[in-house]
Write a protein that binds this ligand. Structure first.
Ligand code: URA
Length: 209
C-alpha cells in the first residue's frame, strides 16, 4: 500500500512559507522551489541501496559504502514539474529525465498525451514523478498510468503541496505509489486551486499569467 510522507523538516517548512507568499517574486520563487526540491530529495532517496567497497584513506584501508547503482528516472509533468527537476538532479546527477505533458479532453475526459519522452529502460528504473501541485490528482494519476502502460513498475510521486482530494485519488488509482509532500493543505476551492496553496505554480515559476 502506498504511503503519504509529509516532509516537515524545519528548512523545508521555512522555505515553503516564502514560496506561498504572494509578494515572493519569480526569481526568488524559482530559487526556493529548487532548494526545497533538493531538500526533499534526501528523504525520497532514503531507501536507495548501498554496497560496501574498500578504500584507502590517507590513514588506513577501510570499508565504506557507496550507492549500489540503482537506476533512477525523474519524470516531471509539464510544465510546472520542470521547476523541481534541477534541485533533485543536484543530489542524484546520474538520474535520467523523461517528460510527460498531458491534459484531459474536456468532452471525453480521456487523457491526451501531447508530449511524452522517456528513458528506454523505464521498467528497470525507480521513477520519481514530479508535479508541484497535487490538486484533483487527475494529471498525476494519468501520468502514472502512462508510465505503467509503458512498463514502469516502481514509481514514487513528489509534490510540493497536495489537497486531500488529490492524495485520495492517487491512493485509490495507484495504491502502490508512495507520495512525498512538503505540505498537505486544507482543500480545493471552486476554481480548482489548493487552499491555502501558492496560486498557479507554473505561472509563478515562469513569470506568466
Ligand atoms: N495547480 C496549481 O498550480 N495550483 C493549484 O493551486 C492547483 C493546481
Amino acid at each position: 500500500m502506498g504511503n503519504v510522507f509529509v516532509l516537515d523538516h524545519p528548512l523545508i517548512q521555512h522555505k515553503l512559507t516564502y514560496i506561498r507568499k504572494t509578494d515572493t517574486g519569480t526569481k526568488e520563487f524559482r530559487e526556493l522551489v529548487d532548494e526545497v526540491s533538493g531538500l526533499m530529495a534526501f528523504e525520497i532517496t532514503r531507501d536507495l541501496p548501498l554496497q560496501e567497497t574498500t578504500i584507502e584513506t590517507p590513514v588506513t584501508t577501510t570499508k565504506a559504502k557507496v550507492l549500489s547503482g540503482k537506476k533512477i528516472g525523474l519524470v516531471p509533468i509539464l510544465r510546472a514539474g520542470l521547476g523541481m527537476v534541477d534541485g533533485v538532479l543536484r543530489h542524484i546527477p546520474a538520474a535520467r529525465v523523461g517528460h510527460v505533458g498531458l491534459y484531459r479532453d474536456p468532452e471525453t475526459l480521456t487523457p491526451v498525451e501531447y508530449y511524452i519522452k522517456l528513458p528506454s529502460d523505464i521498467n528497470e528504473r525507480e521513477l520519481i514523478v514530479i508535479d508541484p501541485m497535487l490538486a484533483t490528482g487527475g494529471s498525476a494519476t494519468d501520468a502514472i498510468a502512462s508510465l505503467k502502460k509503458r512498463g514502469a513498475t516502481n514509481i514514487k510521486l513528489m509534490c510540493l503541496i497536495a489537497a486531500p482530494e488529490g492524495v485520495e485519488l492517487i491512493k485509490k488509482e495507484h495504491p502502490d505509489v508512495d507520495i512525498y509532500l512538503a505540505a498537505l493543505d486544507e482543500k480545493l476551492n471552486e476554481k480548482g486551486y489548493i487552499v491555502p496553496g501558492l496560486g498557479d505554480a507554473g505561472d509563478r515559476l515562469f513569470g506568466t499569467k
